[in-house]
Every structure is written in C-alpha cells, then in structure tokens.
Design a protein around this ligand. Structure first.
Ligand code: TRP
Length: 335
C-alpha cells in the first residue's frame, strides 16, 4: 500500500549530518515499505548554487554514498530527477493551478526576502530567482508524478510537503481526482547532528565532518569538536555538550550509558574523542571501501541510475498521459 519517496539535492559532498539525518533513517524506512523511490534532485540543486562542476561531482558522490550505505537498486527506484522529463512537464502544469500567494508564504523565499530587509535593500526580491520562488511546485511534481504517499524528510522540509498537499488538492478539485495526497514523515527520534563548532552543520561554516574520508582525516575532524577546558579527572556535563550529542547519534543505548559514566567520572576530552572516533569509524568502515569503489567506477553508478530511470520513465509517462487527458491535452481524434 504505502509508497515512499525522497529526494536529495546534489549541491555538496555528503557529510555525517546527512548520514545521521537522512541516509540511515531513510534506508530503514525503505526496508519497511513495499515500494520506494529515491532520487537525486539535480534540478533542485540549481536553486542553491550554479557551479556546474559541483553539481556534477556532487551527483556522483551522493549516488555513491547511498549505494555504499546499502541502498539496493533492485528494490528501490533510484534515478536522477533530470532524466525524468515528465517531472518538468508536470511542474509547468501545476504552476497553473498553484496560487502565487501560496508560494509567497514559502519559508525559503521568505528567508531570502528577510535577508534583503535586514540589509536595508528596498527591493525585497533583489537577487531572488524565479527558480527559488517555484521550488515548492517542482517538489510537488517530484512527489505527485509517482503517487507517493509517504515522504521522509527533515523538519525544514515540512512546509514543502504541506504545500504539495495543497497543490494536489486544488488540482484534484479543479480537474477531478487524480493525485494521491502525500504525508510527510518527520522522525522525532532522529538526533540533529551539529557542526564541530556547535552551529548547524554546514559547508559554508566549514564545520562539517565528511561522511567518507580516510581514518586520519576523520580523526582530525573529530578532534576539532569544540569542548570546554575541563581537565582529565574533572567531571563533565553531558547537557549542552556537542561531543555528547555525537555519541547520542551513534551509540547504542547501553553504550550511551557507559559514555555518560565516562563523562561523570571525568575522562579527559582527548580520550573521549578517541572513543567517539572508534565508534564512528567502526560504523563507517564497512561502507568506506564501497564508496571509494563507486567514486572510481563512475560507469557502474551511471548504469545503475540508467536502469532505475528506464523503470520510472514508464511509470511517469503513464501518469502524465492521464494528467494531460484531465486538462484537455490529448489527440485531436480522441473523444
Ligand atoms: N528539497 C529537498 C531538500 O532540500 C529535496 C527534495 C527535492 C525532496 N524534491 C523532493 C525531498 C521530493 C522529498 C520529496 O531536502
């Protein structure tokens, strides 16, 4: 019954935050569902950045990371948004039933306007592209073309899924029932992994830990996690500790209890960081070689995606034909 779908914008190198917040929980959800769609939102990435090399490199890195972490392309439709032109067609169709006012309220658009207001720029739309403004429509097209009903996303995407519902309901109302109304799935148990300095983990802050690097680099990155200046032997608080939040994201319940004891008994930060390194490295070790294999064997990744695209193109075209009929676009001799 349930079909699950999610997309990943190809605008960066996968980091630990992506693994904890998206890759791991989504792969878990996919295992429980009968039908699943996972795609590279490469056209969405143009909204965030316009570096062609980055878009290209990021697509390979993100595809490789998901495959390395256990995505099974035999069980999940795995494809690029850009290779399913029906999504773009639906994007246009939906633009004509979506009210501009709805898009005016989108967080991403409003945040861009707020930034202009803060800078005392008179034209609040200065530097804002039509792509950013239309972002929620493209996202609705991604979802509605496949009748997906279950969308695992981060809490920042909640509004977009609500908009997708609005867009689908309005279309159904105008043209008759055709779209499944999707539901966002935002897992509360997923810990938010902060950057090494305690701010949001982000490329622009340079506070992220790459998901796949060699052991030395991983160790170095973990050593950068900011702590207070308490010495070995002095008891440490887990509350508000960035290091502890990393343990929470990776450790089992039992291990976490042991870690809490280490904190309260005053283990040194250096030793604690070493424990964390061992924990994370053990989890990633088995995926790392696969990741680098895929990165070097681009043809393998390409052919996996082409295979997935062949399958979804058939589904998307069938749906689009139905949609076109609803809006009155069909062969002239067809009743
Ligand atoms: N915008 C989403 C993000 O930045 C990625 C995305 C694009 C997506 N299309 C989607 C997620 C459709 C879920 C469903 O995370």
């Amino acid at each position: 019954m349930s079909s699950i779908l999610t997309g990943i914008t190809t605008s960066g190198t996968p980091h630990l935050g992506n693994y904890v917040g998206a890759i791991k929980p989504s792969l878990g959800k996919i295992k429980e569902s009968q039908k699943s769609f996972l795609f590279l939102a490469d056209y969405h990435s143009l909204i965030k950045q316009q570096d062609p090399e980055l878009t290209h490199k990021s697509s390979l890195e993100i595809a490789s990371a998901w495959l390395a972490c256990g995505l099974d392309p035999k069980k999940t439709f795995f494809y690029r948004q850009s290779r399913v032109p029906q999504i773009m067609e639906l994007n246009w169709i939906l633009s004509n039933t979506t009210s501009k006012g709805l898009l005016n309220r989108a967080h991403a658009y409003k945040a861009a306007q707020d930034l202009n207001a803060e800078k005392k720029i008179k034209d609040l739309d200065k530097g804002i592209t039509a792509g950013l403004f239309n972002y929620p429509v493209l996202m609705a097209a991604d979802i509605l073309i496949f009748d997906a009903d279950f969308i695992p996303v981060g809490s920042d995407q909640k509004q977009h899924i609500e908009m997708t519902r609005d867009i689908a309901l309005r279309f159904n109302h105008i043209y008759g029932e055709i779209f499944t109304i999707p539901q966002a799935h935002i897992s509360k148990s997923i810990p938010l992994l902060l950057g090494t300095d305690g701010r949001k983990m982000s490329k622009s802050y340079k506070n992220y830990i790459e998901l796949f690097s060699d052991e030395k680099t991983l160790k170095k990155s973990i050593n950068k996690i900011v702590t207070d200046s308490l010495l070995p032997g002095e008891p440490k608080e887990t509350n508000n500790s960035i290091l502890y939040s990393y343990f929470k994201a990776f450790a089992s319940k039992d291990l976490l209890k042991e870690v809490e004891i280490m904190f309260s008994e005053g283990k040194g930060w250096g030793e604690l960081k070493n424990e964390l390194f061992i924990l994370i490295n053990t989890e990633l070790e088995s995926f790392r070689n696969k990741y680098f294999f895929y990165l070097e064997n681009q043809k393998t990744v390409e052919s996996i995606l082409i295979d997935g695209e062949k399958q979804v193109l058939t589904i998307a075209e069938k749906k689009l034909v139905e949609i076109r009929k609803k809006i009155g676009i069909r062969s002239l001799d067809e009743k």
